[in-house]
Design a protein around this ligand. Sequence first.
Ligand SMILES: Cc1ncc(COP(=O)(O)O)c(C=O)c1O
Length: 364
Amino acid sequence: MSQGKRALNFNAGPAALPLEVLEQAREEFVDFGGTGMSVMEMSHRSKTYEAIHNETAALVRELLGVPEGYDVLFLQGGASLQFAMVPMNFLPKGKAAGYVLTGSWSEKALKEAQRLGETFVAASTKDGHYRRIPGAEEISFGRDSAYLHVTSNNTIFGTQWTRFPDTGSVPLVADMSSDILSRKIDVRQFALIYAGAQKNLGPSGVTLVVVRQDMVERAPEDLPTMLQYRIHAKNNSLYNTPPTFGIYMMGLVLKWVKGQGGVEAVERRNREKAGLIYKVIDDNPDFYLGHAEPTSRSLMNVTFRLPTPELEKEFLDGAKAEGFVGLNGHRSVGGCRASLYNAVPVEHCAALRDYMVEFRKKHA
Ligand SMILES: Cc1ncc(COP(=O)(O)O)c(C=O)c1O
């Protein structure tokens, strides 16, 4: 690709990163801050790396609004390892954990928990092909449940929670892999939040966990060392070698978010971006068939089909020829999906809107 030309990248993850971030990383790639070393070549015990590490954690706290009493952890193993770590740490014998099923990732989280303890389905919208998020009245769990698990944004089906259930004293755990830092949330509502980095936070390889300290302290101490939140919390995520370059990249992305005006400004832009694409769907309801019910629509992943597989293929082939990347739906569901994470520019969304409008006209 020629210098400066950027793909119209709508990948679902790993996904687009801000150009400014990539350029700064390139600038510092071989010699970080006059050290004569790349961040990748530094000891994770060095002062220089420690500063990067702590600054990244501080930015997570600042931008997400993480209150006192919570730990910010950088782990490995992706969100998929959190599917297991959450029940290992928080699902004791004699208790059951509730899972709200809103898509394939929540199903996977439940499956993993089922290997480790007692679980129940607190609500599911599977019967309606995961077109919506359940209402509060549909979710049932006992006061003595170990925790309630939700997937805040369903990457594959294109739905997103707008209001999280009030679980009272039952800890609420959320997989926020595909919408972390895309909108304002109240961290106090959650006992634990986890997110693989590769959508809104940086490259794959780092998993962000924000966890309430009293939960960490309650967890069993006989788990394998690396699977205990306690160990990572006590050691500032430096028990072993962390994914240093990924954490550095996350720091750059967080600084970029701050420079954009913080999460509120990013959320406003995300609403504008998603609005451009949903408007085409709403204006052409017989041609672009949106998967999500309008009240459950995701700002991050817009999913839709066309009236026939042939038209879908023509749409996707044409998009590819025009430089759009990543518009195929997930292999498990087909159709089309545009992922509009934080770093996807408004202009790229406008280009997609224009392509959709033109394609519709051609097939009127
Ligand atoms: C909502 C959600 N949860 C979990 C995962 C799995 O993440 P990882 O590949 O980091 O294990 C994904 C990946 O796309 C996701 O979108």
